[in-house]
Write a protein that binds this ligand. Structure first.
Ligand code: FMN
Length: 141
């Protein structure tokens, strides 16, 4: 099993209705290819975790990194892992909205989001960079 985390910046035209429509196709593709993971979105920043067979993850990431609807695609971490963090999710999505949300509320949302994953039960190299990036994106303004 292979895990890849990247972040990117959404183009201005890539707004929520378009993101939801992309996601419905993405979930179909992901379940057909045994890809799981999650996508966080806040203030135009994306953070995505992709998990699956190494070749499948690379094939999908290749398409995603060429997608013109976002830019500055930067890999944060890649590693082989025994188990998935989001085994029941073809692509969990959370929109953290725009600025103005209190720090407390942001933390509550991140907590409730990860409760649905195995993030807190698995100790490994992936978890810390993922959440430190998630926090950086959420608290960057
Ligand atoms: C931020 C972001 C995340 C994406 N995540 C996925 C995904 O998890 N699965 C997927 O099939 N496509 C995802 N896509 C869409 C792909 O980039 C691409 O449009 C899709 O795989 C169809 O590619 P194709 O038309 O070349 O077959 C994502 C796109 C963006 C911008």
């Amino acid at each position: 099993m292979h895990s890849l985390v990247y972040r990117s910046v959404a183009d201005t035209a890539f707004i929520l209705p378009e993101i939801y429509s992309m996601l419905s196709k993405a979930k179909e593709y992901n379940s057909e290819h045994q890809i799981t993971g999650c996508l966080l979105y806040h203030n135009s920043s994306f953070l995505q975790l992709l998990e699956g067979e190494e070749q499948e993850v690379h094939q999908l990431f290749d398409k995603i990194s060429k997608d013109a609807r976002h830019h500055n695609v930067t890999i944060i971490q890649e590693e082989a892992r025994e188990k998935r963090l989001f085994e029941r999710w073809s692509m969990a999505f959370h929109d953290y909205g725009q600025n103005g949300m209190s720090a407390h509320l942001k933390m509550q949302q991140i907590d409730s989001f990860v409760t649905n994953s195995k993030v807190f039960t698995v100790k490994n190299g992936l978890v810390l960079p993922f959440f430190s990036n998630a926090k950086e994106i959420l608290f960057s303004n």
